[in-house]
Design a protein around this ligand. Structure first.
Ligand SMILES: *Cc1c(COP(=O)(O)O)cnc(C)c1O
Length: 461
């Protein structure tokens, strides 16, 4: 069934045994073939406060973001019926996924597989619920305190009243998005009473635009890619003092909202008896678009779990913006077009031509590596996740599933396993694939994904 992926990996193995490994990695990248890049600048014990874009952030900032989300939980449970049962906490399950291991080619002695199920995050249906909600709530909190609508730090349910909404309705929240960030920001902003505008790139799916319009969100369609949509939104917002622009390329609030996931995951790992130490390394595979979500989570995880958590980002072969950024020198900001790639992928949440410099700078000492995945593999693995676990994920959310086989089956991966000592501990290791979206995908769309995935699996024999 997996012969094609295994053939791809075998090709990579031969490629990377050559002495000119960097040149061959570059060739694979340019040819849109799956590739693995290892970060030699990763630090075992990075500083507690890390610089990025002229500021510096630490675990205190992650804790402040988590505390802010907690302050809003009462309000969220009131305005989103789907959050009532969870008391307003927007979180996902940590799911054991041993049943999927055979399909991924993972042998019994290569560790245990888990899924962090952000594909089922309520309200926004993707990982964007974490960062997007946090930034809108931070803006709402600032205005609410400024206008005396709430007392600092107490229950914010007063924001659900019509008086409070009338105040917030004078303000606007705007964002540029390939789809999912717009969904998250738009839904939360409009429920709080804000005017909301989402600038959508050409690759954004029709159903996402429809859903936003149904929530009263203004959707502005752009002919260009994600970068163009962001630039248009940023320019429009700059001209309006009552407009807050959520800047996916450089927002600390978004990134810290994502990072709060680490505190919750730490508790979930403890609850399931998963240790993280030298004998029990944790390897995390995170789908990457502009880089804010996986960088926020990696930042949080490295702070709370220490040196034995290893984070890898996963990108489509046509949109490896984070990989080319990490391979470039300081001061450079390459795009995937510079590499002759198209940025065309069905993984719409990851269709980004140029990485966030905030995320890239922050990841230099923290990240273990970046790998790329062909779209066909995303669809095949989406089906394998359905068949083995009964979970519905979108193509972007499948990007992490190639990770374990790349580490164990390629020369570059094996060299990394040896150099870090993770290889010796692999039988007791935990692999955690972050599944980042899917809940809101309409059934007809999802059935199309499954059909394509089954066709890929059949062709691979
Ligand atoms: C946005 C997104 C990501 C990646 O987040 P970035 O902050 O863009 O790197 C991953 N998966 C899905 C489904 C997304 O929508």
């Amino acid at each position: 069934m997996w012969t094609r992926l295994i053939r791809d990996i075998a090709a990579m193995t031969t490629a990377e045994t050559q002495p000119a490994g960097d040149a061959l990695l570059a060739t694979r990248l340019r040819n849109a073939q799956p590739a693995l890049w290892i970060n030699t600048a990763r630090q075992t014990l990075p500083a507690a406060a890390l610089p990025a874009l002229g500021k510096s952030i630490s675990l205190d900032d992650t804790k402040a973001a988590a505390a802010r989300l907690a302050r809003f939980a009462g309000l969220l449970a009131e305005v989103f019926p789907e959050l009532l049962a969870a008391d307003g906490v927007v979180e996902s399950h940590l799911l054991p996924a041993a049943a999927l291991q055979p399909a991924l080619g993972m042998a019994d002695n290569q560790g245990r597989l888990f899924i962090k199920a952000d594909h089922s995050l309520p309200v926004a249906g993707s990982i964007k619920a974490r960062g997007g909600m946090h930034e809108v709530l931070e803006f709402a909190e600032r205005l609410a305190l400024q206008h005396g609508l709430v007392e600092p730090g107490v229950d914010y349910r007063a924001l659900a009243t019509s008086q409070a909404r009338a105040v917030l309705s004078r303000y606007q929240v705007a964002v540029g998005s390939t789809g999912n960030l717009g969904l998250s920001i738009g839904v939360v902003a409009s429920v709080l009473g804000f005017k909301a505008t989402v600038h959508m790139s050409a690759d954004a799916k029709e159903w996402k635009k429809d859903r936003l319009r149904q929530c009263g969100v203004q959707v502005v369609e752009h002919a260009g890619d994600y970068e163009r949509a962001v630039a248009a939104g940023r320019a429009e917002a700059a001209a309006d003092p009552l407009c807050h622009f959520v800047d996916d390329e450089q927002s600390f609030s978004l990134l810290l909202g994502y990072s709060a996931a680490a505190l919750h995951l730490q508790r979930q790992l403890a609850e399931q008896g998963v240790a993280v130490d030298a004998e029990h390394p944790l390897i995390v595979y995170l789908p990457c678009g502009v880089g804010g979500a996986p960088a926020g989570i990696t930042f949080g995880l490295r702070q709370v779990l220490g040196p034995h958590v290893h984070c890898f980002f996963a990108e489509p072969v046509q949109s490896p913006c984070f990989m080319v950024q990490m391979m470039a020198g300081q001061g450079e900001h390459p795009s995937v077009y510079d590499w002759g790639l198209t940025n065309r992928t069905e993984a719409d949440g990851l269709a980004v031509p140029r990485a966030s410099l905030l995320a890239a700078e922050l990841m230099r000492p923290l990240l273990s590596g970046v790998f790329t995945v062909a779209d066909d593999t995303l669809f095949a693995q989406l089906v394998q996740v359905l068949d083995a676990l009964g979970e519905r994920i979108e193509p972007s959310a499948a990007a992490g599933f190639s990770g374990p086989a790349l580490l164990t089956g390629t020369t570059a991966g094996q060299a990394w396993l040896r150099a870090t000592g993770v290889g010796a501990a692999l039988p007791q290791a935990t692999h955690l694939v972050w599944t980042t979206g899917g809940l809101l995908v309409p059934d007809a769309q999802y059935q199309g994904f499954v059909q394509r995935g089954r066709a890929v699996l059949a062709a691979r024999g």
